[in-house]
Design a protein around this ligand. Sequence first.
Ligand SMILES: C[S@@+](CC[C@H](N)C(=O)[O-])C[C@H]1O[C@@H](n2cnc3c(N)ncnc32)[C@H](O)[C@@H]1O
Length: 259
Amino acid sequence: MGWAIRTGLYCAHITHSQRRIWTERLFHFSYYPELNMNATESCDKMGVNSKIKDVYTPGRTKEEVIDSYNNWADTYEHDLNPDKFRGPVLAANECCAVIPEKNRMSALVLDLAAGTGFLGKELHQKGFKNLHALDPSTEMLEKARARNVYQKFIIKFISEEEELPVNADTYDIVVSSGGMGQGHIPAGALLEMLRITRKGGYIIWSMREEYLRDPQYDGILEALIDNMEESGKWSKIKKRVIPNYYEEKEGAVFVFKKI
Ligand SMILES: C[S@@+](CC[C@H](N)C(=O)[O-])C[C@H]1O[C@@H](n2cnc3c(N)ncnc32)[C@H](O)[C@@H]1O
């Protein structure tokens, strides 16, 4: 198995098409029964996991995170397609659960940390036509723009330090898929998400369940969630843990209503 790991690490440094050709030639589609995948798929998976590890590395600056996504934008949709990553579908389903079909056309929705627009595509297909996208990575947002499902783009990194250029009580839904994690949306930004949501509107996100125990959230995120509920800012409608959110990893979906 050592040779397979070394080959995988080497493969992570060459392009996808080169990788596919070389791997097929070398191993003639040799099969890894224990991983239930062939050499090409195994190589791909290791490459994607190293990109995920890179963007969520603890201690990275905001600029480094943005740079990594700018560099990932061209292959992101291949790497995290809906067969592997269910975050966008799950978040879109929660939006549908809170907004009846007849009201979806007019509901104003912010896709926070929109990336290349996987979630926007899902929402649009489900009847939401009034969509804004916010993300600090210009390259990721260029891909989102090409989908023609968003009316407005906001190039910003949401934080606890600075207000977004958005009026209070603007959105019917602020929703995010995959935006929470080390170096991404900080726990304190929940207050900003709440500020830009209208009274009676919803704040929804999907994330990897294990990220709840990352240092930037552990003992902080859920404490803030409870505190916001106790102080009457929002009510928790749902927290659900979901299997196979990203590959075999569990996810968590949160839904709140602003009071
Ligand atoms: C894993 S991608 C998810 C993209 C998309 N929502 C999806 O489900 O495919 C994370 C995205 O979050 C963005 N991001 C990271 N930190 C952010 C922040 N503080 N505010 C807004 N977006 C952020 C990144 O630029 C990147 O596009």
